[in-house]
Design a protein around this ligand. Structure first.
Ligand code: SAM
Length: 232
């Protein structure tokens, strides 16, 4: 992967970022996403935010090497602290992290008024999608689009949300599987959840053979397996 050739995962994220956006890419690492989209002429302006010095420096040098220092600002900051009011950000991407970390970044940013709810959120959690969707619902976001893809034997989900005018009370199934992904039930979706059910069944067997009391965990797993089986 480089600034000209994004991974399939980031390419699919990029396809969900509106043309002409003023993007804040949080946890930008090499700033590959904003640099590639800027080189494709898709962005008006971008902030690449990074909390760790090494990836921050990689992002700085990538932006410089690409001749984009006028168009992409790289900031060493925790989460949405990288965003300033005058940036007039219209889209926020947070990719390649756990869903709970993404949720915590959004919550902290919301409380600190770094986002005002008018931004489109393009989120790519590696795990913990349900907790992230629950946060979105709690804060009146509508899930507009979702995508799922496989790359190097890993399956990734992408969630696009905006604050809607109407409230969406997502069901337990929609929170776990994704409202859009659940509607489509595509090939990769079915592959992911077949894998997930097998993993849970394996853990369940181990727990059932355990000498300690695992009844609570066993009941929880059985419920999850039932929920997944009903969708498959
Ligand atoms: N977004 C890129 C992608 O999807 O390929 C990089 C993903 S990389 C696995 C996660 C990056 O997020 C790391 O560079 C890490 O330092 C950064 N990160 C983690 N927590 C962060 C936070 N609170 N604020 C900003 N960056 C963060």
């Amino acid at each position: 992967m480089n600034e000209n050739q994004l991974s399939k995962r980031l390419e699919r994220v990029g396809a969900l970022i509106p043309v002409g956006s003023r993007l804040a890419d949080i946890g930008s690492d090499h700033a590959y996403l904003p640099v590639a989209l800027m080189l494709q002429g898709k962005l008006e302006f971008a902030v690449a935010g990074e909390v760790v010095k090494g990836p921050y420096e990689s992002a700085v040098s990538q932006v410089r090497k690409s001749g984009l220092t006028e168009k992409i600002v790289v900031r060493l900051a925790d989460g949405l602290d990288a965003v300033e009011k005058e940036d007039q950000i219209t889209a926020v991407s947070i990719c390649g992290m756990g869903g709970i970390l993404i949720r915590d970044i959004l919550e902290k940013g919301r409380k600190a008024n770094r986002i005002n709810g008018n931004e489109r959120l393009i989120l790519q959690p590696n795990v913990g999608e349900k907790g992230l969707r629950s946060w979105l619902m709690l804060h009146d976001y509508t899930i507009l689009a979702e995508d799922i893809l496989e790359e190097n034997q890993k399956i990734y989900e992408i969630i696009v949300a905006e604050k809607g005018t109407s409230f969406h009370d997502y069901t337990e199934d929609e929170l776990l599987f994704g409202p859009v992904l659940l509607q489509k039930k595509g090939e990769i979706f079915l592959k992911k959840w077949s894998r997930e059910v097998k993993q849970r069944e394996y853990v369940l067997k181990q727990l059932e053979n355990s000498k300690t009391d695992q009844q609570e965990k066993i009941a929880e797993l059985k419920q999850e397996i039932k929920q997944i089986r009903e969708v498959l």
